[in-house]
Write a protein that binds this ligand. Structure first.
Ligand code: GYE
Length: 316
């Protein structure tokens, strides 16, 4: 065989191999909730960059906070026969049908960040994310500690997250569970601000109009709503973190800036950096490993007194 023929034959032999290697890249379909908060933006960034680093092909779809868009995205991932589906469910209920379709197509589903409420838990393989109930409890415990030894009612207004979402339900429940130990603590108003700054501000304005100086504490289910509410409080001529004690959740950079400016009292950490963990789980699944059913994110609490020290270390 002459040299030229050998090269041509070698070329023919390697081309299909190369093509097969390309095809073998794991394909992950990810349905994100939207871009409602600083937390969500950091979460999206974490997932995209981790997929790039892991060499996983990511099909990313943004649902603009609508469950119907997420269901459409999941169906399109099934139709495209992706290897793995992951999603962060905007609300807890209403997923049975589409998850059954994924199971019938033999595509494993990983839940990230938020849980679903389905009877058959074989419809998803693993749920990775925070313990929202515990976050609510941490917020409550901080308040009890802060107001210990005081007398008189402690009137609380609550800005809830998206109605029917796991973090809104659990952060409410966890907080209530702790404060109900003492009848001085009263939630006098509670309404959703849908996890956004704009809604947080709007609802806080309504709270202030209705209750005015009666409000001692604001408990916001995320930092963005607290930041919106801070603006409403200032516009009403009151001092945030002084006239009204403000507690929120996430610990995004915006919250640290607010604490450094003396306008937010405390933020409970909820990490959005789930990307690397998710990519590892996807690879493990493809390698035939069984994933733990629940992977919990480790988190702390940051009062304003430690903000200056902690701020430079923050990654989101
Ligand atoms: O706290 C909030 C976001 O699901 C944990 O969603 C997440 C929450 C987060 O919009 O800021």
């Amino acid at each position: 065989m002459d040299a030229l023929r050998r090269t041509v034959l070698a070329g023919l032999a390697t081309a299909p191999l190369w093509a097969r290697a390309q095809q073998k890249k794991i394909v992950l379909g990810f349905s994100q909730i939207g871009a409602e908060s600083e937390w969500r933006t950091a979460n999206t960034e974490s997932i995209k960059s981790a997929a790039r680093e892991a060499g996983i092909e990511l099909k990313f779809s943004d649902a603009q906070q609508k469950q119907e868009n997420q269901i459409k995205a999941l169906r399109s991932f099934i139709a495209q026969r992706v290897d793995v589906i992951a999603f962060s469910p905007v609300v807890e209920s209403g997923w049975e049908t589409v998850l059954r379709e994924a199971k019938a197509a033999k595509i494993p589903v990983i839940l990230t960040d938020r849980a679903v409420n389905v009877k058959d838990d074989s419809l998803w393989v693993s749920f990775m994310g925070s313990d929202f109930l515990e976050e609510g409890r941490k917020a409550g415990r901080w308040l009890l500690e802060k107001t210990r030894g005081g007398s008189g009612d402690v009137n609380i207004v609550e800005l809830q997250g998206t109605v029917g979402s796991a973090p809104a339900l659990d952060r409410k429940r966890g907080f209530e569970e702790v404060i109900k130990a003492d009848p001085r603590y009263k939630i006098i108003r509670s309404q959703t601000g849908d996890f956004t700054r704009a809604k947080g501000k709007e609802v806080m304005e309504a709270f202030l109009k209705a209750e005015g100086r009666k409000i001692h504490v604001l408990y916001a289910h995320n930092d963005d709503m607290a930041i919106g509410a801070i603006q409403a409080i200032e516009e009403a001529g009151l001092q945030p973190a002084k006239d009204i004690t403000i507690i929120s959740i996430d610990a995004v950079k915006g919250a640290f800036e607010a604490m450094l400016a003396g306008k937010l009292n405390v933020t409970v950490e909820c990490s959005p950096l789930l990307g690397p963990q998710l990519m590892q789980a996807v690879k493990d699944l493809k390698a035939g490993k069984t994933l733990p059913k629940r992977i919990v994110t480790e988190e702390s609490v940051f009062p304003m007194e430690v903000a200056a020290k902690e701020f430079p270390k923050r990654k989101y």
